[in-house]
Design a protein around this ligand. Structure first.
Ligand code: ADP
Ligand code: ADP
Length: 229
């Protein structure tokens, strides 16, 4: 099954705002998808519904072949913990926990034992092997976001959702984080869906969707903004 399939997904908020207007889309495994569009166009709503954080008003959403649109909150949370990883603009690391405990938190929430070899490979890969006993505040923004990427990957999720992952970073750290995401896609076959305002970020993706008024109004394959060095 593809990582994500949305079939005519609609979302109308209480008050009547039509945030998603029958969106259909398939994200194959191993694909890197960027979602763009102006503020208020429905990007967050799309991501929240596709990730099982929120429920659509209509339509079908399958993650890794599992329908989530009709699930109650408990089942949806289980499925999300099992199959989805998240990266946020503001990292969302727990300040009182060291890096080792932060990155293994999703495993504890899912009641799963860590796969040591996978964890060590990821930590090594993002250059944080020497930082595992540090608290988040002792790390740079770029290091915190790289830790958040490891946290998103520890459960080997079917898909990682990244919400403006470079929005709080300086240019150099932003490039590092984007290159890392791209490598995880290219080398580990990780599926990534990234919401971004930044054309340079979208240029790292295989495909970019542009949203307006709750619809996908443009699809760009191999978006052509300059590739990162
Ligand atoms: P489509 O039928 O949607 O054009 P294809 O299956 O022909 O898609 O795939 C064309 C290329 O685009 C493939 O490399 C595929 O991995 C990539 N691709 C297809 N859909 C997406 C998507 N939603 N996000 C990112 N890349 C995609
Ligand atoms: P984007 O992420 O592109 O900025 P959103 O998905 O946040 O867009 O919002 C799409 C539309 O839905 C906007 O008109 C927004 O005001 C509205 N909206 C978002 N969240 C809510 C909510 N919880 N309640 C009511 N309206 C909302």
């Amino acid at each position: 099954a593809p990582a994500i399939v949305l079939d005519r997904v609609g979302k109308t908020y209480a008050g009547g705002v039509r945030a998603l207007d029958d969106v259909s889309l398939t994200v194959p495994r191993g694909a890197f998808l960027a979602v763009m569009g102006p503020s208020g166009s429905g990007k967050s709503t799309l991501m929240h519904c596709a990730a099982g954080l929120d429920t659509p008003t209509s339509g079908s959403i399958r993650i890794d072949g599992h329908e989530i649109a009709g699930l109650n909150e408990t089942r949806r949370t289980e499925l999300r913990r099992e199959r989805v990883g998240f990266v946020f603009q503001s990292y969302n690391l727990v300040p009182s926990l060291d890096l080792a405990d932060n990155i293994t938190l999703p495993l504890r929430l899912a009641g799963r034992a860590p796969d040591r070899a996978w964890l060590e490979m990821l930590v090594e890969r993002v250059g944080l092997a020497g930082r595992l006993t540090h608290r988040p505040t002792e790390l740079s923004g770029g290091q915190q976001q790289r830790a958040a990427i490891v946290r998103a990957l520890v459960t080997r999720p079917a898909v990682v959702f990244a919400d403006e992952p470079t929005g709080a970073l300086d240019l150099r750290s932003a490039h590092e984080v984007l290159r890392l995401l791209r490598e995880l896609v290219d080398e580990l076959g990780q599926t990534v869906v990234m919401v971004t305002h930044d054309p340079a970020a979208a240029a790292q993706a295989h495909r970019a969707l542009v949203m307006a008024d709750g619809r996908v109004v443009e699809t760009l394959d191999a978006p052509t903004a300059p590739r990162l060095a």
